[in-house]
Design a binder for this molecule. Structure first.
Ligand code: ZN
Length: 435
């Protein structure tokens, strides 16, 4: 393989998984939501690595059929028992407070308190993650075991939060390539202390953006860090005139758990990004799940809404909702691993390499096969470990390079790795057999 030609090898460096993990761990403690200072603090950490364009959309602004909500911030929250002991403390886990809880300062009987508490009876040792973004409410989350241990007495509940006019914050980073055609890479920034969902993907994309900055690329790359749903809607609403530049895209979420990779196709299902991810996953030689599009999941729901229908797929490891740690306190820093993060990163880097290198050539001698032996082409590759594959790659390239088949088409048809097809095409182009 012509390694200098392989962009993926330029993007991967030793310790990639550890670097992504360390950054995810740094963001993990912050209490994020769809708005508020937790999001701003997260973006400030990302901006220590890459330049960020931060946007603040004011409360009340219309974005398509939606309205930017009030901004939520929280300083403290707790429940005290009759002896004044804090039995639940926001300082220990930000999952203890339902996101977007309005301020409260009250004394409640056990019966009334229980109406405000969310637990997971089937996972009695875990704290659930709950939100109430679009209806004003408040609540606490705790382990079911703790709920069952509560005595029949009076409790003091305090949520020191604010829900007021403010803004929704999102950010983007653009790496300019040779063309204005863009690859959109996005991750959601609205979850509090959940490591896989989605500190993992925010950290992965930050490192990728940092490294791609040092590389000359054909495409421009737009990295988007927005809250789920309303953030993507806000960005699309603000960039309605520019989305035509987006040629390919990926939403990343939950890229650090031990599970095998999952790819969910774009709405169309057969766009280049879908074929590229299918090829990149097959190249790992390990199990992977490829799913058809469904209108549920992450921000691909907005990018793939019919008015946009962008070529955007979803990459993650275990499918969201399919594992017991999902949206619980068990989605912590033990749940994600450097080697899984690195594996996800390598797959994305390889996909970028394929997208960057996927071109269409034309055979300059299409009438019968050109005589490869007299050009020394068999000898040129005779010592390569993958000489057989390269021989076949030459024949497939010469046969299918009729101006309509891309290198990826040929790789798929010949069942040959894309990088072998790409480097062999470069060899044939140097010999004047392809242009
Ligand atoms: Zn989630």
């Amino acid at each position: 393989m012509d390694r200098s030609n392989n962009l993926a090898t330029q993007l991967v460096a030793p310790g990639t998984g550890d670097a992504i993990y360390a950054f995810a761990a740094k963001m993990f403690p912050i209490c994020r939501s769809i708005t508020g200072d937790g999001v701003r603090e997260t973006l400030r950490l990302i901006a220590e690595h890459i330049s960020l364009d931060v946007h603040e959309m004011p409360t009340g602004a219309s974005v398509f059929d939606w309205t930017i909500p009030k901004e939520w911030n929280i300083r403290d929250a707790y429940i005290r028992d009759a002896r004044g002991e804090k039995i639940v403390d926001f300082a220990n886990s930000n999952l203890h407070v339902m996101s977007y809880s309005v301020p409260v300062n009250a004394r409640l009987s056990l019966t009334d308190l229980k109406k405000r508490i969310h637990t997971l009876p089937k996972q009695p040792d875990l704290i659930p993650y709950r939100t109430s973004y679009y209806s004003e409410d408040w609540g606490f989350c705790m382990t079911h075991r703790q709920l069952e241990s509560l005595k029949d007495e009076t409790y003091e509940v305090v949520i020191d939060s604010s829900l007021a006019d403010g803004a929704l914050t999102y950010a983007e980073h653009l790496h300019r390539g040779e063309t204005e055609e863009e690859i959109l890479l996005s991750a959601h920034t609205c979850h509090p202390s959940l490591a896989n969902d989605n500190c993992s993907a925010v950290a992965l994309l930050t490192l990728l953006a940092e490294r791609i900055g040092a590389i000359k690329t054909r495409y421009s790359y737009r990295f988007l860090f927005t809250p789920g749903t309303i953030g993507a809607i806000a960005w699309l609403s603000e960039n309605d005139d520019k989305v035509g530049r987006i040629k390919h895209g990926l939403v990343l979420a939950g890229v650090g758990d031990r599970g095998a990779p999952t790819y969910k196709r774009s709405r169309n299902g057969n766009r280049e990004i879908d074929r590229v991810l299918t090829h990149a996953l097959a190249q790992t030689g390990r199990p992977a799940t490829i799913l058809d599009f469904s209108p549920y999941g992450y921000n691909e729901r907005q990018f793939c809404s019919p008015g946009f229908d962008l070529s955007v797929g979803l990459f993650q490891r275990s499918l969201w909702g399919s594992f017991p740690e999902y949206h619980t306190s068990a989605d912590n820093l033990d749940f994600i691993r450097p080697d899984s993060l690195e594996d996800s990163y390598r797959i994305i880097a390889n996909a970028i390499d394929i997208l960057e290198g996927n071109r269409i050539y034309r055979n300059t001698l299409p009438k019968c096969e050109p005589q490869l032996g007299k050009r020394g082409l068999y000898a040129a590759i005779a010592n390569d470990a993958d000489a057989t594959a390269k021989n076949m790659a030459m024949l497939w390239l010469l046969n299918l390079s009729d101006g309509t088949h891309s290198l990826l088409d040929i790789a798929e048809r010949g069942k040959i790795p894309f990088q072998t097809i790409k480097s062999t095409a470069a060899l044939l182009a140097r010999e004047g057999l392809l242009k």
